[in-house]
Design a binder for this molecule. Structure first.
Ligand code: GLY
Length: 368
């Protein structure tokens, strides 16, 4: 073992915790759970069931309940949460017991929500297995489930007691899943950390692997961006001095959520985020805020990692309707986080329909 196998990123605030990033860091789970615990509820994406024993082996002194939940967003329903609540009741799961999640962002959201609501809140430790989970869902305490009318409409802020980002899991991802996570990494670069963009521009996208020091630095930098933002504005009530606060993490997400919804959630989240970031860069350019070069830099970087930067076949009116009911809209006004430059974000409220439509037109796949 070398001295550099892991990095601890401390997330401050009222309920501080560490995010540990590195190789084989899941071995810290037992220590992170701590003493005085009798039961652990492991909420696991069914695809990750083969990995449960390697994590649960270190918990032999505890009673481990394993809840295998459906893949992806299918897990984030009231029915799945209720069936776990029923079992926790049957097993006498107490306030001193701990929930552990093993999976991607959806598993983290569901398991975090169960932890937030059971007995009004028990501790949760996240072991994210996707890039998206590591750099976004596992950090910052947002938990939630979906309803028939939208994503994450029911939820709670519930910060984890710790997060173990074991980079080895990244080698289990398909290239598309890794690229989807890269969209959130690049988003962090655009809104807060230009070094992320420089590293991504010099990285070889086909060589990204768990052992790659560049990927590790990208993961750590993106987590630091998120940690800084959530410490400053955990509950998304707003930032200071013109900074959007936590809302900055929704850069590109207004259009992304609409694209996901209109596609019936058939598009990967990161792919929708890539489209949304290019869209909002075009919008900022039309609003006189962002240079054409930085718009191009968005296209170059997202496409470098195999992410879409153009689309076809969805009418503007359909996306516009869905964006209007985006839960980030205040009243009837559409709100977007835009950039004046890299790492200079602000909120643009109520852009003109002319600009919204022109940015949409610039996102269309050309026929030539
Ligand atoms: N994923 C956006 C946030 O955590 O605020």
């Amino acid at each position: 073992m070398t001295a550099t196998t892991e990095t601890r990123i401390h997330v401050g605030g009222a309920s501080p915790y560490d995010v540990v990033v590195g190789t084989d860091v899941r071995r810290h789970l037992r220590a992170m759970i701590g003493e005085g615990v009798e039961q652990v509820a492991m909420v696991v994406d069914t695809r990750l069931e083969p990995f449960v024993d390697a994590v649960a082996d270190q918990l032999s002194d505890l009673h481990v309940l394993v809840f295998a939940v459906p893949e992806g967003e299918e897990a984030k329903t009231a029915d799945v949460a209720a069936s776990i609540w029923d079992s926790l009741g049957d097993e006498g799961f107490t306030r001193s017991d701990v929930v552990v999640t093993l999976g991607g962002g959806a598993t983290t959201d569901l398991g975090g929500f169960v932890a937030a609501t059971w007995l009004r809140g028990v501790r949760v430790i996240h072991v994210p297995t996707t890039l998206l989970g590591m750099v976004d869902a596992a950090v910052g305490g947002k938990t939630g489930i979906n309803t028939g009318t939208g994503k994450n409409l029911v939820g709670a802020f519930h910060e984890p007691a710790g997060v173990l980002c074991d980079l080895g899991y990244l080698d289990t991802l398909s290239p598309e899943e890794l690229a989807s996570g890269m969209a959130e990494v690049l988003k962090c670069g655009f809104v807060a950390d230009p070094e992320i963009l420089r590293l991504a521009e010099s990285a070889d996208p086909s060589a990204l692997s768990a052992q790659d020091p560049v990927l590790r630095e990208l993961v750590e930098r993106a987590i630091r961006v998120k940690a800084d933002v959530v410490v400053a504005d955990l509950r998304e009530t707003g930032g200071r001095d013109g900074h959007p606060g936590r809302e900055v993490l929704n850069y590109g997400h207004t259009l992304a959520h609409a694209v996901e919804r209109v596609s019936g959630y058939q598009i990967r989240h990161g792919e929708a985020v890539a489209l949304g970031c290019v869209y909002v860069a075009e919008l900022a350019h039309r609003a006189g805020a962002l240079s054409a070069d930085t718009v191009d830099r968005h296209r170059d970087l997202f496409s470098r990692f195999g992410l879409p930067t153009a689309m076809a076949g969805v009418p503007f009116e359909d996306l516009h309707e869905v964006m209007k009911v985006d839960k980030k809209a205040r009243g009837s006004q559409l709100r977007f986080v835009i950039l004046d430059d890299v790492a200079r974000p602000r909120v643009l409220a109520g852009p003109s329909e002319e600009h919204l439509r022109a940015a949409f037109d610039a996102l269309q796949t050309s026929d030539d």
